[in-house]
Design a protein around this ligand. Structure first.
Ligand SMILES: [Fe+2]
Length: 249
């Protein structure tokens, strides 16, 4: 049994709630699909906890953004990136602590393959940046090309929308399948949802547990009001980011 998490987005309350949940289930191994930072109020703590608890961490577009590549971000998002960057280089902190955080970001892989499983942040053809949306089931050209890039199962995050896309061009929401997707040997793209900024109308943190022959979707309540309050307290991160957590969108 292992857990696959993604898109913590500096939300330490959600991250801790998920870790407690998976530990209670007896899960010891965690694979992280990136975007540990960005948007939320606790980037340092989120990276530190990732370093401590995740066996493998994949690079997300928000990690890439703080390291310099944020051409495709809008102005609001860029302000949040600059704020996050400053947090990671805080003057009051020991230089070697800051260096460790930055080194960890710099050493993240873009793709991790283990047995029949491929792990990326966005997509198996453009690992970090490309989104695979539920509506892509109507875009046959895009999907068939994406499906040709991996053998069995591909885990992704990035859209913050949990669900499974099958090779028959179906999108299965966790609700539709009783939160369990059986691994039958047919190819599938499995979006694990977001721990720290769910966008499917449910405020609870989302992640998956990978069993021997099934993927189980888990939702974990956490104190999102506290996280929203901290976002407002920064005075820099936009109000919109606080509201999002309160509405799960
Ligand atoms: Fe994200």
């Amino acid at each position: 049994m292992k857990a696959v998490i993604s898109d913590v987005h500096s939300n330490i309350e959600a991250f801790k709630a998920v870790l407690e949940d998976l530990q209670a289930l007896g899960v010891r191994e965690v694979i992280c699909l990136g975007d540990m930072i960005g948007y939320g109020p606790n980037p340092r703590e989120s990276i530190a906890l990732t370093m401590k608890t995740c066996r493998q961490t994949i690079l997300g577009n928000h990690e890439m953004a703080v390291m310099g590549d944020h051409e495709d971000f809008n102005e609001r998002a860029k302000a949040a990136v600059r704020w996050t960057k400053r947090q990671l280089s805080m003057r009051g902190e020991a230089a070697e602590v800051n260096k460790k955080l930055w080194d960890f970001l710099g050493e993240m892989k873009k793709i991790f393959v283990e047995g029949p499983f491929v792990y990326v942040h966005g997509s198996p053809r453009d690992y970090t940046r490309e989104y695979i949306f539920p509506r892509d089931i109507y875009n046959e050209e895009k999907l068939s090309d994406i499906f040709s890039r991996f053998q069995s199962y591909c885990f992704v995050g990035h859209t913050h929308i949990p669900g499974v896309i099958t090779e028959e061009n179906n999108f299965l929401r966790p609700d539709d399948i009783g939160n369990v997707y059986k691994l039958s040997g047919k190819k599938a793209i499995i979006n694990v949802g977001s721990v720290g900024q769910p966008r499917d109308g449910d405020t609870r943190a989302c992640y998956v547990v990978l069993h021997k022959d099934a993927v189980e979707y888990r939702r974990v309540p956490y104190d999102f009001r506290r996280t929203s309050e901290k976002i407002r307290d920064t005075g820099v991160l936009p109000e919109f980011l606080a509201v999002r957590l309160e509405e799960g969108r």
